[in-house]
Design a protein around this ligand. Structure first.
Ligand SMILES: [Zn+2]
Length: 273
């Protein structure tokens, strides 16, 4: 647990401000088993594997999309010149619909609901089975009409892993099924730190995604993963990788001049019809 960064203070705040937190990232913790359907088929823009530049140190480190990589060289990447010595990091992202998460412990939020306890049969390498207690967190979504539906849309973003070990599991799953929507999958994380974390992707069973879900209001307009990744470009350091005050002032002015003008006459018109 010592490796878990704090969620308070300026450093954590800075991370939160710039980390594209508008997207509902799924971040499994040690021991979690995330059970999900892919929303991507594995051959559409809802899954992208590409390269990022890693800029900055420690808590301030950012992954910034290499636009040269994501466009196969069509766009020129300003970071490639600045970052030539650091190398690029392969990462991939995709949209999922998470059905539920099996945790190794009950809900740590004392004011939250208790997660129901279940027994999970685990097959060991020698073929024998072992029982393990898990706690099941069912994920649901409340739609605009206040109806509650099962599953939550999540964005999974992972580094390719050493020797691309994490990426190759997703790649193999697609090679086997040709369409990632056909099965229920589990992503199992073990380890909490940078060096001992492992992710294992398991195909649980044939259980096709109900395609009518693709018309659901929280799913049908999901952006492409490239759009999501391009959000990281707003964190690109300028010039010599130090943000100067002049630059910041300029950006602020630009931003405010782009803000739409208030249109008070139109506010609430719909309510009056
Ligand atoms: Zn680049």
């Amino acid at each position: 647990m010592a490796d878990q960064p704090p969620t308070y203070g300026i450093d954590a705040g800075n991370q939160e401000m710039v980390s594209g937190s508008r997207w509902p990232y799924i971040r499994p913790k040690d021991g979690d088993r995330v059970r999900f359907h892919f929303l991507t088929t594995g051959s559409d823009p809802w899954l992208v594997a590409t390269k990022f530049h890693r800029i900055g140190e420690g808590m301030q480190a950012r992954n910034i999309l290499c636009v040269g990589s994501v466009t196969r060289g069509e766009e020129q990447c300003a970071m490639c010149d600045m970052d030539s010595t650091q190398g690029r990091r392969a990462m991939f992202g995709m949209w999922l619909l998470v059905d539920y998460i099996l945790h190794p412990h009950d809900n740590p939020d004392e004011e939250g609901d208790s997660w129901g306890q279940k027994k999970l049969m685990i097959k060991l390498d020698d073929g024998t089975e072992k029982q393990r207690s898990v706690f099941m967190e069912n994920l649901t979504t409340t739609l605009g009409d206040e109806s509650v539906v099962p599953g939550q849309v999540k964005l999974l973003q992972l580094p390719a892993g050493r020797g691309q070990i994490w990426w190759s599991q997703f790649s193999n799953a697609w090679v086997q099924s040709q369409n990632l929507r056909k099965h229920l999958y589990e992503l199992h994380r073990t380890g909490a730190g940078r060096d001992d974390t492992e992710y294992t992707l398991n195909t649980l069973k044939e259980d096709p995604l109900d395609e009518s879900l693709l018309e659901r209001e929280d799913i049908k307009d999901l952006p492409t993963i490239e759009e999501v990744f391009r959000g990281s470009l707003s964190q690109m350091p300028s010039g010599n990788a130090v943000m100067g005050n002049d630059q910041l002032d300029g950006e602020t002015q630009e931003t405010s001049s782009e803000l739409p003008k208030a249109e008070p006459a139109n506010v609430g018109t719909d309510d009056l019809v």
